[in-house]
Ligand binder design. Structure first.
Ligand code: GUN
Length: 292
């Protein structure tokens, strides 16, 4: 059984980006610059944004963290995005989701200049993805594709079952795995909360991407012998023995499922690290496209 170690696969991506950034500096150019916008003080969002900013520093990118109170108005946020769109020194913009309820996520996402849309959530980016055009691929599905590539896991003709239909993970993941790509060409089934007999479907999967946000949902008896399993879940569950009072749990019951899977990504240390690697690659791509 192969552990799909995100530390190993993301390190390879980060090393390539670090080298490329060094070369830019040697040529007298500025490094890529990511702007991350965080509204409010949700603990999980704070953690994700902090690790995005930290990774920028690690590989030599510039980063700017823009913070707003959770009482911020939609107008204030849209005005800031306008500024970032017009700032020639910023290559990539991400607005951490979810946003407080007085703010329309759709309006905010649509305001980002598609050339700087490193999250790949803008309707233009999604349209380009669907049509197989060059685009920014949302970071988590991109990270999973990078993992397939890193571990050279063949996907052609396999049955991939994606559980979850979010704009952030499930939907773009299903499009990528069914696309005519080296690590695509799967027959894809996308499942969600209204899917009956889910276990019958997962039992026929060669590849499972679990992105439903229910800790420990995928059990050993739902998985076929030899399946490849990606666990996208990152739910905080109370744990009085942990220093922070919680621990992170995936959507897959690792102990049982790893007995049957041929490859499985752990939580933590799996897909989460690849998400950041995907975002960093998108930021470098945004920089390169804007230099042209
Ligand atoms: N919230 C959960 N995942 C993501 C992500 O990949 N990007 C942003 N901006 N917000 C998120």
């Amino acid at each position: 059984m192969l552990v799909l170690d995100g530390k190993i696969a993301s390190k390879a991506v980060k090393e390539t980006l670090t080298e490329a950034t060094k070369e830019l500096i040697e040529l007298g150019k500025r490094p890529p610059h990511l702007a991350a916008v965080l509204v409010g003080s949700d603990g999980a969002s704070e953690t994700y944004v902090a690790s995005k900013v930290r990774t920028c520093e690690e590989i030599g990118f510039q980063s700017t963290l823009v913070r707003f109170e959770d009482t911020t108005t939609e107008e204030e946020l849209l005005a800031k995005i306008e500024d970032l769109n017009n700032d020639n020194n910023i290559d990539g913009i991400l607005v951490q989701l979810p946003l407080p309820k007085q703010i329309s996520e759709q309006k905010v996402i649509s305001k980002i200049n598609p050339d700087k849309d490193v999250d790949g959530f803008h309707p233009i980016s999604v349209g380009r993805l669907v049509q197989g055009m060059e685009t920014f691929i949302p970071a988590t599905p991109y990270g999973i594709m990078l993992m397939l590539e890193h571990f050279k896991l063949s996907t052609k003709g396999r049955h991939a079952v994606v559980i979850g239909r979010s704009n952030i993970v499930g939907r773009p993941m299903s499009i990528l795995l069914s696309s005519n790509l080296l690590y695509g060409n799967c027959t894809v089934t996308i499942c969600h909360s209204h899917t009956p007999n889910l276990a019958d479907i997962t039992r026929s999967a060669d590849i499972i991407v679990a992105a439903l946000g229910r800790p420990g949902f995928i059990k050993e008896d739902m998985v076929k012998e030899g399946a490849i399993v990606f666990d996208v879940g990152i739910t905080r569950v109370d744990d009085t023995t942990a220093a922070k009072g919680y621990r992170i749990k995936g959507d897959v019951e690792y102990a049982g499922v790893s007995k049957k899977a041929s490859a499985i990504s752990p939580v933590p240390g799996g897909v989460g690290l690849m998400t950041i690697a995907g975002l960093m690659k998108n930021t470098m791509d945004a920089y390169n496209r804007r230099q042209k």
